[in-house]
Design a protein around this ligand. Sequence first.
Ligand SMILES: *Cc1c(COP(=O)(O)O)cnc(C)c1O
Length: 422
Amino acid sequence: MSDYGFSTLSVHAGAQPDPATGARATPIYQTTAFVFEDADHAAALFNLQVFGNIYSRIMNPTNAVLEERVAALEGGRAALSCASGHAAQLLALHTLMEPGANIVAARQLYGGSINQFSQGFAKFDWHVKWADTTDPDSFKALIDAKTKALYAESIANPGGLITDIEALARIAHDAGVPLIIDNTLATPYLIRPIEWGADIVLHSATKFLGGHGNSMAGVLVDAGKFDYGNGKYPTLSEPCPSYHGMKLWETFGDMAFAIACRVLGLRDLGPALSPMNAFLVQTGMETLPLRMQKHCDNALQVAKWLKANDKVSWVNYAGLEDNASYALHRKYCPKGAGSVFTFGLKGGYEAGVKMVNGVQLFSHLANIGDTRSLIIHPASTTHRQLNDEDRVKAGAGPDVVRLSIGIEDAADIIADLEQAMT
Ligand SMILES: *Cc1c(COP(=O)(O)O)cnc(C)c1O
């Protein structure tokens, strides 16, 4: 299967006709539990001596298709699906962290991730140090003996910056920690972070992977390349009390991280993906390459139009030649710079509010990565919880409008923006 091209994998990876019925689309295995063959089989499953379905909090055959598909498209060793992008972030860090530990993260992140890291994770005594995506050395300067990972978004939401993944991977590996890349905005169609050295790739599959704005889902992908036996990750390298002292790293090697996220993280924290949502996301993924190219082509046209508009003070789209991320765009994602970006209105906060009130084709809402074009004014919504200084640092100042360009006709998208501005 892995010899096939990207479009073929998007349609087929992980799926086959249902062995019981011949159904060609993957059935939605809407069941909580799975019958054991006998007591020995049950014991072997619980001991992790054989892999198989036990209970849908941990594993489900519909979800397994989604997992295999994302792993294939990202070029990873194994993947795990879960209830949301934030759940994927929680599960990944639950495996790597311990109380008192920290991660060094890009401060140019999705506002919800900034909240999760700085507020939610602080309750576990997990800490975050904020670095600057545009300066990889700023990550290096913040690493200490308790640092467990570096963290960045391949294309940052909402600022549209493109991360120098290769440079961050080098810094992470020199320090003996994995690089985690949130690849939500790029998807593997535009950027495959593992090829540039990332060790863990996360997705809010709620966005472009599902692509239709109809279901929450998250996926984490284990590249299978990092040495988790280096002494920094006791969850993986030390005897595991809940599996009779089994050492996950020793037993499962290049899949140990993904397995730990499943058999410890998903088992104990519980954010399982419903099979219905797994079905919707994998159906959406069948058209991922077609949609992403259209998203990117439309976004470039809209960005160029905005750039020439006299009500607009700046446009931050990496696909524009004078953008600070243009060189990184040409290096990491030459097919397109994604479809989420920001621009500034000369009229500031009030003009932003007026614009989101005036759109007709665009939907004013807090989401991205839908077939439909979406608009939001981050300062009054997604980034509202942050203080002024952190908002500006996160690329969400008062004049900023964020767009997620859909796959409608570019002329209609542009006409709607034009009428909403006047
Ligand atoms: C939406 C988003 C998340 C969170 O994902 P949910 O599915 O909403 O939990 C994480 N990272 C990025 C870049 C996002 O856009």
